[in-house]
Design a protein around this ligand. Structure first.
Ligand code: FAD
Ligand code: NAG
Ligand code: NAG
Ligand code: NAG
Ligand code: NAG
Ligand code: NAG
Ligand code: NAG
Ligand code: NAG
Length: 531
């Protein structure tokens, strides 16, 4: 489901012959015949395979689409497979290879560019929605979670076992662990515990040959690559084994809003110096957002400060007063609750909502949106923030937000090459640029606005490369080949932004495990050319 609050929105050589590009019903029927031969249980095929003339095809396809921009895409899969057994995935890989069909894996469907369910080449969606078993071992503080589970489902199953165990992943409950952990995955615990991918200890993966691998059998390099190298490059992740982390039984949250008259710009300016140096137990994000209201001009633009503190209010207040007195946090701003309640709170559910909302995978409303990311290494001058504020005052925009996610803490202590996610020490914070709108006719206006803003920001953010977060997939940031992959040279443009020097190792691993580039999309890791 989209966040209640849009500002909370929180990533070759083409070996097939061109004749395979043609969509023929031939291929399609041959593919289905192949599946029926390879499915161990032929009855299952009628339960998990949806072709375009099946009456449920559309609802299965649309159920996990999270961006209205791609809801009416004409680039639809020939077939959707919703495996209930690993053998179904193996059969799908085998038959797709054999009949030159591309595979797009989908777990939660939150890919910002819709790459898990649209492609210009004839393709099959492997939708992991039926593989979402979660087994929590509270004694050993670990869990196995299947790729099709959502973060909400994972959090729910963890607190069922213990209210003082948690997992440092994203704040949107409908995000899928399959894509999210593959690209890193962060949430409000990142300064204390790092990313979701930093806390993965084992995985089950099916490779291009259909082999079922675990950490030991896949080897160190492939296990490294799948923890942050992005989805749809190395194989189908079936499940992750994760280390759970400890949280106190009481945490404290606050959300305060400041407008221009309340010195919002100055506060954001100060925030840049403060937030990345706070104790690891204290997360304090800042957001500049334009609220969707009939009010025009500056009043529609606000600064919001959102905090999660792993402790009680009595400990939080002196820290806030000592390090950020001008924000003026008082006891009444703060609410003590459990960690799981803070997940609901930050997402914007009402205070009395039942935890069951975490299990709701359905989308309640669908909006168009575009997201871009940046990393900041030097504080921006107040004049830059004033210019940003001006841009947000544009009355032609419905909803826009710039969210500042503080780094520091644990993020500084993990080396850049520990996993493929490279954005560590040296970053003060990450920026999430978001625009959202309701009517397709407004698309161009909003896309142009966010691209202009991104252009304006060039001098004030990381450079050479201008870093970006793979889970905030952005097809604007380099050359993409719509037929599914790019040459090494083209890919290295976005590849270095997402992965810095880890890109080269990702390419080496890809060349070793999937030299024919079976698993691919517009921004998947390319193998080196065999010639
Ligand atoms: C509303 C919203 C809130 C978000 N909040 C956060 C946040 O707080 N923190 C954060 O870090 N990110 C956040 N994101 C971004 C999110 O982490 C990425 O979009 C992530 O890739 C989504 O994973 P998914 O499984 O839901 O998406 P999908 O669209 O299913 O998959 C994303 C990519 O991974 C591939 N993939 C999916 N499943 C598998 C699998 N099993 N094996 C291999 N590859 C696979 C897909 O093919 C696709 O390329 C948010 C996104 C949205 C839309
Ligand atoms: C559609 O596909 C589903 C799942 O494979 C199957 O149960 C159903 O019978 C199919 N319906 C039609 C009308 O073919
Ligand atoms: C549609 O269904 C009919 C009969 O149910 C089948 O013969 C045909 O192959 C199907 N077409 C496609 C494109 O799946
Ligand atoms: C998305 O597309 C489906 C299928 O065309 C349609 O039923 C649904 O209403 C659309 N959703 C929105 C919000 O437009
Ligand atoms: C915890 O791990 C140990 C060692 O790996 C194992 O023997 C034990 O069975 C695990 N505990 C539970 C509850 O599974
Ligand atoms: C804004 O800043 C000025 C100058 O520092 C200060 O005098 C004033 O009290 C502040 N206003 C608010 C609402 O905090
Ligand atoms: C929460 O409170 C609102 C009004 O305060 C009420 O309408 C709603 O039904 C309540 N929800 C639950 C789950 O109790
Ligand atoms: C903005 O508000 C208008 C009018 O209330 C509404 O129709 C539209 O859906 C809103 N847009 C977004 C992106 O929420």
């Amino acid at each position: 489901m989209p966040p209640r609050n849009a500002s909370m929105l929180p990533f070759l050589v083409f070996l097939l012959s061109s004749s395979s590009l043609a969509t023929s019903s031939h291929t399609h029927e041959d593919f289905l015949r192949c599946l029926s031969l390879y499915f161990e249980d032929p009855v299952a095929i009628s339960k998990v395979v949806y072709t375009s003339n099946n009456s449920s095809y559309s609802s299965v396809l649309h159920f996990s689409i999270r961006n209205l921009r791609f809801n009416s895409s004409t680039l639809k899969p020939l077939v959707i497979v919703t495996p209930t057994d690993l053998s179904h995935i193996q059969a799908t890989i085998h038959c797709s290879r054999h009949h030159n069909l591309q595979i797009r894996m989908r777990s939660g469907g939150h890919d910002f560019e819709g790459l898990s369910y649209r492609s210009v080449l004839p393709f099959v969606v492997v939708d992991l929605i039926n593989l979402r078993t979660i087994t929590v071992d509270a004694t050993n503080r670990t869990a196995w979670v299947q790729a099709g589970a959502t973060l909400g489902e994972l959090y729910y199953r963890i607190v069922e076992k213990s209210r003082t165990l948690a997992f440092p992943a994203g704040s949107c409950p409908t995000v899928g662990v399959g894509g999210h952990f593959s690209g890193g995955g962060y949430g409000l615990l990142l300064r204390k515990y790092g990313l979701a991918a930093d806390n993965i200890v084992d995985a089950q993966l099916i490779d291009a040959k259909g082999r079922i691998l675990d950490r030991e059998s896949m080897g160190d390099d492939l296990f490294w690559a799948i923890r942050g190298g992005g989805g749809n490059s190395f194989g189908v992740v079936v499940a992750w084994k994760i280390n759970l982390v400890e949280v106190p039984s009481t945490v404290t949250v606050f959300t305060v809003v400041r407008n221009l008259e309340q010195n919002a710009t100055k506060l954001i300016h100060q925030w840049q110096y403060v937030a990345n140096k706070l104790p690891e137990d204290l997360f304090l994000a800042a957001v500049i957002r334009r609220v969707n209201s009939s009010q025009g001009g500056n009043t529609a633009v606000q600064a919001i400060f959102v905090s999660l503190f792993l402790g009680k209010v009595d400990q939080l207040l002196p820290w806030m007063h000592g390090s950020f007195p001008d924000l003026g946090i008082v006891r009444d701003d703060c609410i003590e609750m459990s960690w799981i309640e803070s997940i609901l709170y930050v997402y914007g559910f009402p205070r009395n909502a039942s935890l069951d909302v975490l299990l709701d995978r359905s989308s309640q409303s669908l909006i168009n949106f575009k997201v871009k990311s940046d990393y900041v290494k030097e504080p921006m001058a107040e004049i830059v923030l004033k210019e940003i504020w001006e841009r947000f005052s544009d009355e032609n925009m419905e909803v826009s937000a710039m969210s500042f996610i503080p780094y520091g803490g644990k993020m500084n202590k993990i080396s850049e090459s520990s996993i493929p996610f490279p954005h560590r020490a040296g970053n003060l914070y990450k920026i999430i640029h978001t625009v959202a709108w309701s009517e397709e006719t407004a698309s161009e206006r909003h896309l142009a606005w966010i691209r202009r803003l991104y252009g304006y920001m060039t001098s004030y953010v990381s450079q050479k490369p201008r870093e970006a977060y793979i889970n905030y997939r952005d097809l604007d940031i380099g050359m993409n080949n719509p037929v599914g992959s790019t040459s090494y040279g083209q890919a290295s443009i976005w590849g270095r932004k997402y992965f810095k020097n880890n890109f080269d190792k990702l390419v080496r691993v890809k060349t070793e495990v999937d030299p024919a580039n079976f698993f691919r999309n517009e921004q998947s890791i390319p193998p080196l050319s065999p010639w």
